[in-house]
Structures are given as structure tokens and as C-alpha cells.
Design a protein around this ligand. Structure first.
Ligand code: IPE
Ligand code: IPE
Ligand code: MG
Length: 236
């Protein structure tokens, strides 16, 4: 089927607005997260069907630990539920799931589940799907710098050989191209520590739609706007 829009090779999504969606309906915030997870499932399917090669979604930031204990533990449990319920779908559909972010602060059980699904889906070639969980762009860059500093300390690298490619290759996203388009739902015009280094030349698409209301129609709308953008990368 011929499409009248360009599908970004790497799509990033800041899935925001779950709490406000719930509040609008007189529900608890956690109900918004539950609904948001269902929308994530459908969005993964849409992205795969539309031909996105790399999808990266922001699910839990290094700053989200500031939220009430109950909400945080609900989000951690939701991730466990998601892993269990999506394992078969991802395998059958050749989607490779990986997690980006820090493992510090996560319990053993969740880490072993993350590692299990990464391993089980590692042969997937249809789409590389990354969930940014316990992720912060600043932490990612400082982790990268830490690894590089160790190489210098051990005599395996000269400071003058540190360059952009080297830093890129020590990020959690090594082997993944930079995002072409980043969608943020719920009308917030900020990056909130998502893919700071990688988004240097990404296109942004902000929609007022709250994440639990997002769907394939909205996705295609974003792709159409993206298709009309003139990306210059500093050139003319
Ligand atoms: C996004 O929705 C999900 C996470 C950040 C975990 P929010 O929970 O931030 O929803 P709002 O922004 O409060 O509406
Ligand atoms: C960004 O949303 C993080 C995720 C979507 C996981 P937040 O709701 O945490 O961001 P702020 O606080 O509005 O910047
Ligand atoms: Mg929010």
C-alpha cells in the first residue's frame, strides 16, 4: 500500500498525561496508568504494522521516584504485568524488546524479568522496541562518561581520542540510530530528561491528547506533520 507520509525510522514517545486523564474521569491516577499500558500495547502494534524500525517509549524517569510510594510501586508492578502479558506477542511478531535506563534502585525480581524478556525476544528483527524505564538522559550521559573515564584510567584510551562517536557508543542506546521524531502527549512543551544527547536533531510533535486517548489515527497525524518538516541538520 502506498503511503502519503513518511514513517520515521526511529520514533520516540513521551507517554504523558495518564494522571490527568484519570482525574478528568474522577478516577485514581493509577487507573490512568493502567489505561496507558493498554494504549502502549496497541501503539507497539501500530508502529510495527506501519513500518517503524525503532520505537523508544518513556515509561518511568529517574525523577518519577519523587511520586507517592503507592504510585511508584503500582508503576513497577505494571511493568511486571506488561512483561508477562506481552512476551508471547512480541516473540510471535518478531519484535525485540530492550530496556534503557539504570538498573540501580530496581529490585532483583524486576531486573530478572527485564533480562528474561530481552533474551527471549533478542532475535526479533521486525522492530527494535526500547522501553526507557528508570531512565534519565543526564544519568545516561554521566554513566557513559564514567565508563570512558575508566578506560582512560586503565590506560586503554587517550583523552584526546574522546569524541562524539565514543560518547554515543557508551550510551544505553548504543547501536540504535538517533530518533527522527519524538511525540509528546498531554500538551507539555518540554523534554523532561528524555534522550537528551540523541535528540539533538530530532523533530518534535506535541499533541494535547492525553496518552490514554492516543491511537493510530493520532500516530498517522504525527507522521504527516513530520513528513512536511524540512530537516536541515545545520545545513541549508
Ligand atoms: C505519564 O503520565 C506516565 C508517567 C510519567 C509514569 P503522568 O503520570 O505523568 O500523568 P500526568 O502528567 O500527571 O497527567
Ligand atoms: C515524563 O513525564 C516522564 C515519562 C513520561 C515517563 P513527567 O510527567 O514525569 O514529566 P514532567 O514532570 O511533567 O516534566
Ligand atoms: Mg506527566
Amino acid at each position: 500500500m502506498l503511503k502519503d507520509y513518511i514513517v520515521p525510522r526511529h520514533l520516540g514517545i513521551i507517554m504523558d498525561g495518564n494522571g490527568r486523564w484519570a482525574k478528568k474521569r474522577g478516577l485514581l491516577r493509577i487507573n490512568g496508568h493502567k489505561e496507558g499500558m493498554l494504549v502502549l500495547k496497541r501503539t507497539v502494534e501500530s508502529c510495527k504494522n506501519l513500518g517503524v524500525d525503532f520505537l523508544t517509549v518513556y515509561a518511568f524517569s529517574t525523577e518519577n521516584w519523587k511520586r507517592p510510594k503507592l504510585e511508584v510501586s503500582f508503576l513497577l508492578n505494571l511493568l511486571k504485568y506488561y512483561i508477562n502479558s506481552e512476551l508471547d506477542y512480541l516473540k510471535e511478531n518478531n519484535v525485540s524488546l530492550r530496556f534503557i535506563g539504570s538498573r540501580i534502585g530496581l529490585d532483583k525480581k524486576i531486573i530478572s524479568m527485564m533480562e528474561m524478556i530481552e533474551k527471549e525476544t533478542s532475535n526479533g528483527t521486525e522492530m527494535i522496541f526500547s522501553i526507557a524505564f528508570n531512565y534519565g538522559g543526564r544519568m545516561e550521559i554521566s554513566d557513559s562518561v564514567k565508563e570512558i573515564a575508566l578506560m582512560v584510567k586503565n590506560g586503554n584510551l587517550l583523552p584526546e581520542d574522546i569524541n562524539e562517536d565514543l560518547i554515543t557508543n557508551h550510551l544505553y542506546t548504543k547501536n540504535i540510530p538517533d530518533p527522527d521524531l519524538i511525540i509528546r502527549t498531554s500538551g507539555e512543551f518540554r523534554i523532561s530528561n528524555f534522550l537528551l544527547w540523541q535528540s539533538a536533531y530530532s523533530e518534535y510533535y506535541i499533541t494535547d491528547i492525553l496518552w490514554p486517548e492516543f491511537n493510530e489515527e493520532e500516530l498517522v497525524k504525527a507522521f504527516k506533520v513530520f513528513s512536511a518538516r524540512n530537516r536541515r541538520f545545520g545545513g541549508i
